[in-house]
Design a protein around this ligand. Structure first.
Ligand SMILES: [Zn+2]
Length: 277
């Protein structure tokens, strides 16, 4: 059993992560971590996949079928199950998460900074602007970790989605932001591991190359660049299996998080728990 930090790096594409997340790839190469390629569910859009990552079911089951479905989750989900079991939860994340698990519609004055133990996300820092800087988001995540040491912490930077949609997944700007994510995650890892956290790093979806110079990337459908994301599994004892070639389902993330937290999974989550031993 362990505490868990899940980084959902919005629009983190599998192949570009493999090329540019240097420290995480070192840990994989040294078998101090485990890495899978995840076949993302559809649509490869943000809000539906936030819900899939936290419920372990597909969009046609949870009903969050596009980004406009602004309501709370009706499925058993990681946040709710954790709090019901007496665990603490926190998130530094886009406001869609506040709407999915705490309250909808989002009210920036009420919800921007949330500390309420009766809610599924007890300590939330929910940004509204798509331009919210990753620098500050990673800092909020680190603050939540050190101030509250929650059992489950979600950290959700949005910069890759913003840059990828503007400039494409093959752009220098997108690649530099992937390197920046590796930098910020590697900075947090020693403290997270010392506190007993297993750290998972994945994306909600990927993003396509630009169709032409000056045209941005897209996501939404089954295009491999939009669908395939990495999953890095970084346990506190820094042991792992390296790179595992067989792809895994995105539906396995939620039951894997619950398993790490020592919680039973609900009947709705039928995908296998991932094993990094
Ligand atoms: Zn997204």
């Amino acid at each position: 059993m362990s505490k868990v930090i899940l980084f959902v790096c919005d629009a983190l594409r599998d192949d570009i992560a493999a090329q540019h997340m240097g420290y995480l790839e070192h840990l994989v190469e040294a078998k101090k971590a485990t890495r899978w390629t995840v076949i993302g569910e559809l649509p490869s859009m943000s809000r539906p996949m936030y819900e899939t990552l936290h419920t372990g079911v597909t969009s046609s089951v949870h009903g969050v079928v596009n980004n406009s479905v602004a309501r709370t989750s009706i499925m058993p989900n990681v946040f709710k199950l954790a709090v019901e079991a007496g665990k603490t939860t926190a998130a530094a994340a886009y406001y869609f998460f506040s709407e999915l698990y705490n309250r909808a519609p989002y009210d920036i004055v009420r919800d921007f900074q949330t500390d309420d133990e009766s809610l599924p996300i007890q300590h939330g820092r929910f940004y509204r602007s798509d331009e919210f800087p990753d620098l500050e988001l990673f800092a909020l995540g680190a603050m939540l970790m050190t101030r509250f040491t929650p059992d489950y912490l979600l950290i959700h930077p949005g910069g890759l989605d913003l840059i990828g949609e503007r400039e494409g997944g093959d752009s220098q700007a997108y690649r530099k932001q992937v390197i920046y994510h590796d930098d910020k995650i590697s900075s947090m890892l020693p403290k997270a591991h010392a506190l007993g956290y297993t750290v998972l790093v994945t994306g909600d979806h990927g993003i396509s190359d630009s169709a032409a110079v000056g045209v941005g990337g897209v996501h939404g459908g089954p295009l491999a660049q939009a669908r395939r994301v990495p999953l890095y599994f970084l346990p506190p004892d820094m042991t792992g299996c390296g790179r595992i070639e067989e792809p895994v389902s995105q539906l396995s993330v939620a039951p894997t998080v619950l398993s790490l937290l020592g919680l039973a999974r609900p009947d709705t989550m039928t995908a296998p728990v991932l094993s990094a031993r």
